[in-house]
Design a protein. Structure first.
Length: 142
């Protein structure tokens, strides 16, 4: 038992792996969030990887929010070309004088991007986990 270390130090990565294993198989978004949270707490290397995936899922949430809010807040969501020639994409609190270029097409575009991001990130997470599980453990070297 002494070789394993503190229970929290040993069990947190195991629990994170278990939750992520189930989440990547089922594509359950709540389990993915819980697994990423546990991975962030599990250690520095895991935290960097989990933080990268968390940013990816945050980007996915922004695209979902764009698709949902466009019908209700249409003047503030989309792809805008300002009078100064600059383009702005996303949800804007107060758009500058500009022209919205995509109209309601932003809904299926943002939805498709969100679906592709979700599937891609979840498969990449599964691949990272699989690659990590085939590497020799540092614990066996203690």
């Amino acid at each position: 038992m002494a070789k394993l270390g503190e229970p929290e130090e040993y069990l947190l990565p195991v629990l994170a792996d278990s939750v992520l294993e189930r989440a990547t198989r089922t594509y359950n978004p709540l389990a993915l969030l819980r697994g990423l949270h546990l991975s962030l707490r599990a250690g520095s290397r895991r935290a960097v990887i989990a933080f990268g995936f968390a940013l990816g899922y945050l980007l996915l949430a922004i695209f979902v929010a764009m698709a949902i809010t466009k019908p209700f807040w249409g003047d503030h969501v989309g792809l805008f070309r300002g009078d100064d020639g600059f383009y702005t994409f996303g949800i804007l609190a107060s758009p500058q004088p500009s022209r919205e270029l995509l109209g309601l097409w932003i809904i299926p575009i943002a939805g498709a991007i969100a679906i592709l991001l979700y599937a891609g990130l979840t498969r990449a997470l599964r691949a990272v986990r699989r690659a990590r599980s085939t590497q020799p453990s540092n614990r066996s070297k203690r």
